[in-house]
Design a protein around this ligand. Structure first.
Ligand code: ATP
Ligand SMILES: Nc1nc2c(ncn2[C@@H]2O[C@H](COP(=O)(O)O)[C@@H](O)[C@H]2O)c(=O)[nH]1
Length: 204
C-alpha cells in the first residue's frame, strides 16, 4: 500500500525523482525490497554503502556493503568521500560513497540509497531534489517477527535495534511518501513507480 507523505496531498500523485532515498526501521524489509528491485530492474542503480560492521554469513564485500576498518572509515570521512554517514543502532558506522552516486546520476540512471533516518536527514540538506520514501511495517508485531525471524542479531542487539525503530517510526511524517511493506514484490514495484526512467541517449 502506498500512502502520500507530508509533501504530497492525498489528491495528487506523489512526485517522482531520479534519486530515491529509502529508509525505515530495522527489519522492515529495506534490503529485501532493494534486492527485488536489483533483480527485476537492472536499470536502477543501487548504492553500496561502506560500513564498519562485520559481514553476516553470505554477505559479500562490494555487493552488500564495502566492509572497512575504523581507520579506513575515518580516512573516507577525512577525504570527503562520503555523501552522508552515521553511527547506526549505537553499534557501527555506515556511509554512502559520494563518487558512485554522482556518476550514476550524471549518466542518467535512476538511483537509490538505502540508508537510516540520520543519513536521510543529511541527504535532505544536500540533495533536496531527491524523493524520500519511508518503508513501513504492516504492524509493530510483524516488525518484531521479521527481526527475530531473520536470526542475525543477538537478543541485546535486537533490543537496541527495536529502540531505534520506535524513534524511526515516529519520523514517518518527514518523508515524501510511505510504502507499507505487506509483500516484497508489490513494495518494490511501488518504489520503482516513483522513479524517473533512464535518460534516453537516442538522438531521434
Ligand atoms: N514483505 C515481507 N513479508 C514477510 N517477510 C519479509 C518481508 N520483507 C522482508 N521480510 C523479511 O524480513 C526480514 C528483514 O528484512 P531485511 O533484512 O530486508 O530488513 P532491513 O529493513 O533491510 O533491515 P535492517 O535495517 O536491519 O538491515 C528478512 O528475514 C526478510 O526476508
Ligand atoms: N546512514 C546510513 N545508514 C545506512 C547506510 N547503509 C545502511 N544503512 C542503514 O544501517 C542500518 C543497519 O543495517 P544492517 O545491514 O546492519 O542491518 C539499516 O537501517 C540501513 O538502512 C548508509 O550508507 N548510511
Amino acid at each position: 500500500m502506498i500512502e502520500s507523505g507530508s509533501s504530497d496531498s492525498a489528491a495528487s500523485p506523489p512526485r517522482r525523482s531520479r534519486l530515491i532515498v529509502l529508509a525505515g526501521p530495522t527489519a522492515v524489509g529495506k534490503g529485501t525490497v532493494a534486492a527485488d528491485v536489483r533483480r527485476r530492474h537492472p536499470e536502477v542503480w543501487i548504492s553500496v554503502s561502506a560500513t564498519t560492521r562485520a559481514p553476516r554469513p553470505g554477505e559479500e564485500n562490494g555487493v552488500h556493503y564495502w566492509f572497512v576498518s575504523n581507520e579506513e572509515f575515518d580516512a573516507m570521512i577525512e577525504r570527503g568521500d562520503l555523501l552522508e554517514w552515521a553511527v547506526v543502532h549505537q553499534a557501527a558506522r555506515y556511509g554512502t560513497p559520494r563518487g558512485p552516486v554522482d556518476l550514476a546520476l550524471a549518466s542518467g540512471h535512476p538511483a537509490m540509497l538505502e540508508i537510516d533516518l540520520q543519513g536521510a536527514r543529511q541527504v535532505r540538506e544536500t540533495m533536496p531534489e531527491a524523493l524520500f520514501v519511508f518503508l513501513k511495517p504492516p504492524s509493530w508485531d510483524e516488525l518484531v517477527r521479521r527481526l527475530v525471524g531473520r536470526g542475525t542479531e543477538s537478543e541485546a542487539e535486537r533490543e537496541r535495534r527495536l529502540e531505534t525503530a520506535r524513534a524511526e517510526l515516529a519520523a514517518e511524517s518527514e518523508f515524501d511518501v510511505t510504502i507499507v511493506n505487506h509483500e516484497v514484490h508489490a513494495a518494490a514495484e511501488q518504489l520503482v513507480a516513483l522513479m524517473v526512467g533512464p535518460v534516453s541517449t537516442r538522438s531521434d
